[in-house]
Design a protein around this ligand. Structure first.
Ligand SMILES: [Zn+2]
Length: 93
């Protein structure tokens, strides 16, 4: 008759058994990763900042395009609430 130790030793020869044994640790690691990502996304108030990659990059002002005021084109000034990075981008038509 097989003992528990014999059965466990036998299971160790089954390649999938190793993955099954690792599953609780892998699930814990995945849950922590998801929680970290949710915490990172929680303050999302805008686009992803090109400098710090935090989703707190948004338009703070708009002005007419220099030398093209007649055209109605304009520039948006974007600012990141997290790192303070600013840049100007043409306002979409
Ligand atoms: Zn930033």
């Amino acid at each position: 008759m097989l003992s528990i130790q014999d059965l466990l030793a036998l299971l160790d020869h089954w390649p999938l058994w190793k993955r099954i044994k690792e599953s609780p640790d892998r699930l814990d690691a995945l849950e922590k990763l998801i929680a970290d990502l949710e915490a990172k996304l929680a303050p999302a108030t805008g686009e992803v900042c090109p400098k710090c990659r935090t989703p707190t990059f948004h338009v703070v002002s708009n002005r007419p395009m220099p030398n093209l005021e007649w055209s109605g084109k304009s520039l948006d000034t974007w600012r990141c609430d997290t790192c303070g990075h600013t840049m100007e981008k043409r306002h979409p038509d």
